[in-house]
Design a binder for this molecule. Structure first.
Ligand code: DGY
Length: 320
């Protein structure tokens, strides 16, 4: 029986990334922009030493068992890792890596693109023009919320939240944030820590960047969304933290001025209640989608695989 290449890559990667990998190690690549079907994935992992996975690949006990005892690393091509059962990997002694740092700037830029689009009603304006609707410049036409000087709340002041906060300086926005524990002052960089409910009740603009975990799933539910000041704008950069149905309801009732969402809980599905909201700017998970960043994410996933398969420590293990 022919041995399979030791590495399985579950998605087409940025140009040159797979070549860097295969110059060192043979690999099988699912050369598609769509995820592998579960049954194909379970069959394809058998006997591999390394997997390069994406957020769409559920890495759980079933998959690890299908891979077998030779699996040495799961390298997620994402900073997020909610697709991976870390405990199941730990039980089997399999290191899990992600791609932190390299996507911070691109994701913070996208948060701002969405914040500006939502606050200034860009989606509505664009749809009006493309549908051939009637319009004229008018003092009261498509008025938005002015961001300059408006307080910004950041829920989740990790790398991406801090980069979002730095960009707020150009808009003279005072920044408040909530994390489980306040940051040291040099990292907080002038931003004020507030308890969650106080952050919500004082944030006319809120950007959500905290990672999805059991503790943060639906952290922003209907009750907590109702704490935001009337007419607030919410930008969600992490799937599952904001309850999407509750967000749609808050837009529908007019409690929120606008919202923007980049990641969805059950991708590629987008709740119809959100699609129905004119004040929702919806993006198909584009946070890290720049040429430079996707290259860097691919390279980092490959670096992790090459290190571990050469008997070295992973470069960016999850949780360290
Ligand atoms: C991540 O890395 O977690 C992002 O969501 C991918 O864009």
């Amino acid at each position: 029986m022919n041995e399979l290449p030791p590495v399985l890559v579950t998605r087409r990667l940025a140009p040159g990334v797979v070549e860097r990998l295969t110059a060192n190690l043979p690999a099988t690549v699912h050369d598609s922009d769509l995820p592998m079907a579960r049954a194909d994935l379970l069959a394809a992992v058998r006997g591999r030493r390394a997997l390069i996975t994406t957020l769409d690949d559920r890495v759980d006990a079933e998959l690890l068992d299908a891979a077998g005892p030779g699996l040495d690393i799961v390298a997620n091509h994402a900073v997020g890792h909610h697709n991976i059962d870390l405990a199941a990997c730990a039980e089997r002694g399999i290191p899990v890596t992600n791609t932190p740092g390299v996507l911070t700037a691109a994701t913070a830029d996208m948060a701002w693109a969405l914040l500006l689009a939502a606050a200034r009603r860009l989606g509505e304006g664009e749809r009006l023009l493309r549908s051939g609707g009637t319009w004229a410049w008018a003092p009261n036409f498509l008025l938005g919320l002015e961001l300059t000087g408006t307080p910004l709340g950041v829920l989740g002041m990790g790398r991406i939240g801090q980069a979002v906060a730095r960009r707020a300086r150009g808009f003279d926005m005072p920044v408040r944030y909530h994390n489980r524990t306040p940051l040291p002052p040099e990292q907080a960089d002038g931003a004020e820590w507030l308890p969650l409910e106080q952050l919500l009740s004082t944030s006319p603009v809120l950007v959500v960047t905290c990672p999805l975990s059991a503790a943060t799933r639906h952290l922003l539910d209907a009750r907590r969304l109702a704490l935001l000041p009337p007419g607030a704008v919410v930008v969600s950069m992490t799937a599952g933290v904001v309850d999407e149905e509750a967000l749609a309801a808050a837009l529908e009732s007019g409690a929120l001025f606008a919202a923007a969402v980049d990641n969805f809980e059950h991708e590629p599905a987008v709740p119809s209640a959100l699609l129905a909201q004119d004040r929702a700017v919806l993006a198909p998970h584009l946070g890290s989608a720049t040429v430079r960043t996707r290259q860097a994410m691919g390279d980092l996933a490959v670096d992790n695989v090459l290190a571990v398969l050469a008997g070295k420590d992973p470069v960016t293990p999850v949780g360290r």
